[in-house]
Design a protein around this ligand. Structure first.
Ligand code: GAL
Length: 432
């Protein structure tokens, strides 16, 4: 009798342990950060500035001294990131894109900066950027050449990683042009990740691996997440509504594959913010800012900080929207509903809060009303039994308490967005 009881007890205990283990495994599985690239970086999406969309491959410093890719351009941007409030709200990484290199490697096989445009060299630029309390990003390519035709890193991964670490670089954008095969592409991205880690310097690793993989086969995001801190999925952003719209379309149509891959340490990268340039209307700029926050996207502006409207600056520096983007829970949002040319996106946040973005995609006519059942938001729990709703964009307004059974009516401009924060109380989320 005694033995039977003991056996039963130990079996029950065994089962209890098993269940506890299953639960633990489930909890760990639900935290994507556990499986991220283990370099401790990008626990929230990277914020900063990247030259490509606005300045491209302008190497003509004679004709265009103020907009060519040169150390002067980056020093000026560093000064402004420091003095004009950008650093304060989180924009930290000042990133060089393609076209910084000299046409040839040096005699020891190391990459070198163009001597005319970067006469003091990258190490000096990194020191300058660090002296402003910022970090420096640089660009290279996994294949034989960069997309603009400068020396590629194929065959030089270790030496290039060491060079960047030696110069004091803090982020590497690694492009995927001029690869001979998808195997070479994948091996190259992995090799560079390990090479960066081996240097011992903390270097954020920004990949374009899935973008170059998609035409051949569906990328394995679990694997990509183990090697990269963020990864581009879709084509280059242009300074146009058409471009922003197509990135959103790509993201929502692939959300089943990509959303769960994002989390602290690794993020989907829908490309740069083009707010403050020429191509987006005010409403479209609001849409880009709101949706990049919902998507937990890296916030890498590509604009001219020397010439930017106060309105665009206020939008890019909006602390409430940045707090959504940088939410520590690190869960990417998704498209919840699409009807009558409206889209509703939502993102779960820490402290049981939710962000909701409603976009009016109709490009004819004026502002349109959209009414939403509160119960349908936040998987039915965001406002159960009630929540406090604040409109963050276009204008910060406290809308008040809403019960689970109530409706919310908004008016949204064509191609514009209304961004809401659904919280448990009136207190606003603050930047950490
Ligand atoms: C593209 C890349 C752009 C930019 C450009 C530089 O392939 O997606 O973001 O880096 O190369 O040549």
């Amino acid at each position: 009798m005694v033995t039977v009881t003991m056996k039963l007890t130990s079996r029950v205990q065994h089962l209890g342990c098993l269940l506890a283990l299953c639960f633990l495994a489930q909890v760990l599985w639900d935290i994507p950060g556990v499986w991220a690239l283990d370099n401790g970086l990008a626990m929230t999406p990277t914020m900063g500035w990247l030259h490509w969309e606005r300045f491209m491959c302008n190497t003509d410093c004679k004709e265009e001294p103020d907009s060519c890719i040169s150390e002067k351009l980056f020093m000026q941007m560093a000064d402004l990131m420091d003095s004009d409030g950008w650093k304060e709200v989180g924009y930290e990484y000042l990133c060089i894109d393609d076209c910084w290199m000299a046409a040839q490697r040096d005699s020891k096989g190391r990459l070198q900066a163009d001597p005319i445009r970067f006469p003091s060299g990258i190490r000096h630029l990194a020191n300058y950027v660090h002296s402003k309390g910022l970090k420096l990003g640089i660009y290279a390519d996994v294949g034989k050449k960069t997309c603009a035709g400068f020396p590629g890193s194929f065959g030089y991964y270790d030496i290039d990683a060491e060079t960047f670490a030696d110069w004091g670089v803090d982020l590497l954008k690694f492009d995927g042009c001029y690869c001979d095969s998808v195997e070479q592409l994948a091996d190259g991205y992995k090799h560079m990740s390990l090479a960066l880690n081996k240097t011992g310097r903390s270097i954020v690793y920004s990949c374009e691996w899935p973008l170059y993989m998609w035409p051949f086969r569906k990328p394995n995001y679990t694997e990509i997440r183990q090697y990269c801190n963020h990864w581009r999925n879709s084509g280059d952003v242009y300074d146009s509504w058409q471009s922003v719209k197509s990135i959103l379309e790509w993201t929502s149509s692939n959300q089943k594959t990509i959303v769960s891959a994002a989390g602290p340490g690794g993020w989907n990268d829908p490309d740069m913010l083009v707010i403050g340039n020429f191509g987006l209307s005010w409403d479209q700029q609001i849409t880009q800012m709101a949706l990049w926050a919902i998507m937990a996207a890296p916030l890498l502006m590509s604009n001219d900080l020397r010439h930017i409207s106060l309105q665009a600056k206020m939008l890019l520096q909006n602390k409430d929207v940045i707090a959504i983007n940088q939410d520590p829970l690190g869960k990417q949002g998704y498209l919840l509903r699409k009807e009558d040319n409206f889209e509703v996106w939502e993102r779960p946040l820490s402290s049981l809060a939710w962000a909701v973005a409603m976009v009016n995609l109709q490009e004819i006519g004026g502002p349109r009303s959209y009414t939403i059942n509160i119960a349908s938001l936040g998987q039915g729990v965001a406002c159960n039994p009630a929540c406090f709703i604040t409109e963050l964009l276009p204008t910060k307004t406290k809308l008040g308490f809403y019960e689970w059974t109530s409706c919310l009516k908004t008016r949204i401009n064509p191609t514009g967005t209304v961004l809401l924060l659904l919280g448990r109380s009136q207190t606003f989320k603050k930047l950490p």
